[in-house]
Design a protein around this ligand. Structure first.
Ligand code: IVH
Length: 734
């Protein structure tokens, strides 16, 4: 059991919660592995239960942290549902490694000697890529897949049958001429493209990203919930076999062809060669092709072709004598760290980047590598001028593995992480317990500007029709819109040179006129929308509404927030609990607003740039004064979780979502046991089957419309409709 966790769940910021969630999830997984796989728990059951309870509490407050692979999702209910074990009928062994040409020659010589031959003449070898995934054994009885198991310790593996049934590459049944009993062995892997896609999706949802395709494949296969595996793009290459009722062929090459005929994908590109020179040429060729292969490999494998000879050669303790792996050198290189620069992401996160003396790593020139965050630099003690070891993790993202201490130049100083944003000079702060340091110049920081503007005009904020992300990007690049106020002064600034605007943007005259109209229509805005639109950290729609309700007018709100920020002192880094004045106390007294949210609001108002940008905006707008909270009519879907699938005919997907949310429903992207309704449009995919399997109620579009007919928010006459009644303080869409 590790540390105490002193922060009450209610006081956690999203960042803190995320960090703790990651740590808890890791700890729980660690103990599960000990408990289920190693049968050697380190902690008492009650202590384990406490970890799970804390995780559940964090997830209850921050539902966005409930990831597919969260421990809360991966065990049905109580511990006890780990993988079953499978004892392999024929052990799953490993391969001996060859690194140098000499090792390969030694491999062949040994075979010649063992078989008591004069030389290697007459021998043949299959050479195939060594795929970097995890090995799997598939057992077919009477042509049907009955069991799938990981290698485990070679004797006993994990039963992953349910998960493997979701892998499309793996046949569930075999043709009639297949041996009655057949164990096919091979590698489960993920292509690089699928891995990058998966990581993009994971990152988009704020989920864990995998370091490389191998980890992604292993993590995906070893899910306790097969539905998660089903959603991951796993593939399988067959290259060997275990127990058999009848031989597949006389040769390795023939066996490969037989496996292919039975419906398996066999590892390619492969060749048959007759001497060491052929093997070495293949090694060189694959080494050159390696960066272009769609999947990661860590070497090539040579196998004696004649199966009768394989039989004679047999096995050492862990490895066959008839095969070896010729490994590629690790893709690492040494180079000099010239500088550490700071990149500002679109959410304001400051990421240190190593600027390197360009170096080739695995056939690719690398001149920059990520240093992740401040802690990482300190942990590795990376200093400018150091000679560093660069590695391409999973052949994709260059990383700094470490420094070469002997080569450190005299006087190389530890890196001082900046406390100001290099892009806009606003303060950069790191919240307690968080790893990320973030710029506070939300409204003015150029690195964040496009994202902020996108949020500003988004549906639940200013909702400006015709001002989508592409247009925002274009206007931003042209310098026409740099901050929110610019949207409302655009027409006046462009007056008299409309033709130029039309020419430079490629928009039609009508479209520009419509845009100006849409902007005009939003010159009057409800206070809660205005507050939400500012994109203050942790201030989502629900919190914005609470603020609007409490302060009523924008002037009053702005004035009190400035006062609260002043009370909290100059440097956010020196936040102290005792620095609480009247305005700050008043803010924290609002139900559901804790100190962490309050401090984020103060950080925003402490930044003069933000205040100026807000003032500029207000001078172009009228807010509806005072704020009148919307009245929400009774809703039949309040608190229900709804998933939409397929094409809806009467409305777009985002409209459907917004409408459902406005009625108090939660809209999810995928069907799970928690789904209440699946609304099925035209050309729906697999979700309906999944819903049926889970007993989730499905509705046609019309049934859905009937269900919600008559319900809806009853907004005041001057206000655009309000959206939802989410009781959880939301977070801005950054
Ligand atoms: S043959 C008796 N062929 O590499 C051993 N293994 O380092 C049979 N691997 O455990 C293994 N590609 O997971 C073989 N074309 C290939 C392979 C391959 C990858 C993996 C496999 C094995 C490990 C040994």
């Amino acid at each position: 059991m590790s540390d105490l966790r002193p922060i009450p769940v209610d006081d956690l910021t999203l960042e803190q919660a995320k960090a703790e969630h990651d740590a808890l999830a890791a700890e729980i997984r660690h103990h599960r592995a000990l408990y289920y796989r190693k049968d050697a728990p380190e902690i008492a059951d009650a202590d384990y239960d406490r970890l799970e309870q804390r995780l559940a509490a964090v997830e209850a407050r921050f539902p966005e942290l409930v990831t597919e692979d969260s421990p809360s999702q991966t065990v049905g209910a109580a511990p006890g549902a780990g993988f079953g074990t499978v004892t392999h009928a024929v052990p799953m062994l490993s391969l001996d490694n060859a690194f140098q040409e000499e090792d390969v020659r030694g491999f062949v010589d040994q075979i010649v000697r063992f078989l008591n031959r004069r030389d290697a003449g007459g021998l043949a070898f299959v050479a195939e890529p060594k795929i970097d995934g995890l090995s799997l054994s598939l057992r077919y009885e009477s042509g049907r897949l009955v069991q799938a198991a990981t290698r485990g310790d070679g004797q006993t593996g994990e039963d992953v049958t349910a998960n493997v049934r979701t892998i499309r590459d793996i046949p569930q049944t075999l043709p009639a001429d297949a041996p009655a009993l057949l164990e096919v062995r091979g590698e489960v892997y993920m292509t690089r493209a699928d891995f990058l896609d998966l990581n993009r999706r994971q990152a988009g949802r704020g989920d864990k990203v995998f370091a490389n395709p191998r980890n992604a494949a292993a993590g995906s296969l070893r899910q306790l919930d097969a539905r998660i595996t089903a959603a991951r793009p796993l593939r399988f290459f067959a290259y060997a076999w275990g127990e058999l009722s009848a031989p597949l062929a006389d040769t390795q090459w023939g066996a490969r062809e037989r496996l292919a005929a039975l419906g398996f994908t066999i590892s390619q590109p492969s060749i048959l060669c007759t001497d060491v020179e052929g093997l070495l040429a293949y090694y060189a060729r694959i080494g050159a092709e390696r960066p272009d292969l769609p999947f990661d490999i860590d070497g090539v494998v040579y196998k004696v072709n004649d199966l009768a000879l394989q039989e004679r050669l047999g096995f050492r303790t862990r490895t066959p004598r008839w095969a070896t792996a010729h490994k590629f050198p690790a893709e690492q290189a040494r180079t000099v760290l010239k500088a550490i620069t700071i990149q500002v992401g679109r959410t304001g996160a400051l990421t240190p980047v190593a600027e390197l003396e360009p170096i080739t790593v695995g056939g690719v020139v690398v001149s920059r590598a990520t240093l992740h965050n401040r802690d990482e630099i300190e942990r590795k003690d990376v200093r400018v001028g150091d000679t560093v070891i660069v590695q391409r993790a999973g052949d994709v993202i260059p990383q700094i593995v470490g420094v070469v201490p002997d080569k450190r130049p005299q006087g190389a100083a530890p890196f001082t992480f900046p406390d100001h944003c290099p892009q806009c000079d606003s303060l950069a702060v790191r919240e307690e317990g968080a790893v990320v340091t973030r710029c506070t110049g939300g409204l003015v920081c150029p690195a964040q500007a496009v994202e902020r503007l996108r949020h500003f005009v988004s549906r639940n904020a200013f909702d400006i029709e015709g001002l989508g992300i592409e247009r925002i990007q274009l206007f931003f690049e042209q310098g026409r819109i740099r901050q929110p106020a610019d949207i409302f002064t655009l027409e006046a600034r462009e007056a008299g040179r409309l033709d130029k605007l039309i020419a430079m943007t490629g928009f039609g005259r009508k479209s520009v006129e419509n845009l100006f109209k849409a902007i005009d229509a939003r010159r009057t805005i409800a206070l809660d929308r205005l507050i939400f639109a500012l994109g203050i950290r942790q201030v989502g729609e629900a919190t914005a509404r609470l603020l609007a309700r409490s302060y009523r007018t924008v002037e009053h709100w702005g004035e009190r927030m400035r006062a609260a920020a002043a009370e909290r002192g100059e440097k956010p880094a020196e936040k102290k609990p005792e620095l609480v004045g009247e305005a700050y106390a008043e803010l924290c007294a609002i139900e559901q607003i804790g100190m962490s949210v309050a401090d984020d609001i103060c950080d925003f108002f402490r930044e003069a740039h933000n205040v100026e940008a807000l003032d500029a905006l207000l001078s172009t707008l009228t807010t509806v004064q005072p704020y009148v909270p919307p009245r929400v009519a009774a809703s039949p879907v309040l608190g229900k979780t709804v998933v939409f699938t397929g094409t809806l005919t009467t409305m777009g997907r985002s409209e459907a979502k917004a409408r459902a949310e406005s009625l108090g429903a939660k809209v999810a992207g995928s069907v799970s046991g928690k789904t209440d309704y699946l609304v099925v449009g035209e050309d729906a995919g697999s979700k309906a089957a999944k819903a049926a399997a889970l007993g989730v109620k499905t509705l046609t579009e019309q049934e859905w419309l009937d269900l919600i007919a008559g319900a809806g928010p009853d907004a005041g006459p001057d206000m655009p409709p309000d959206r939802d009644t989410d009781p959880v303080p939301g977070t801005p869409a950054v």
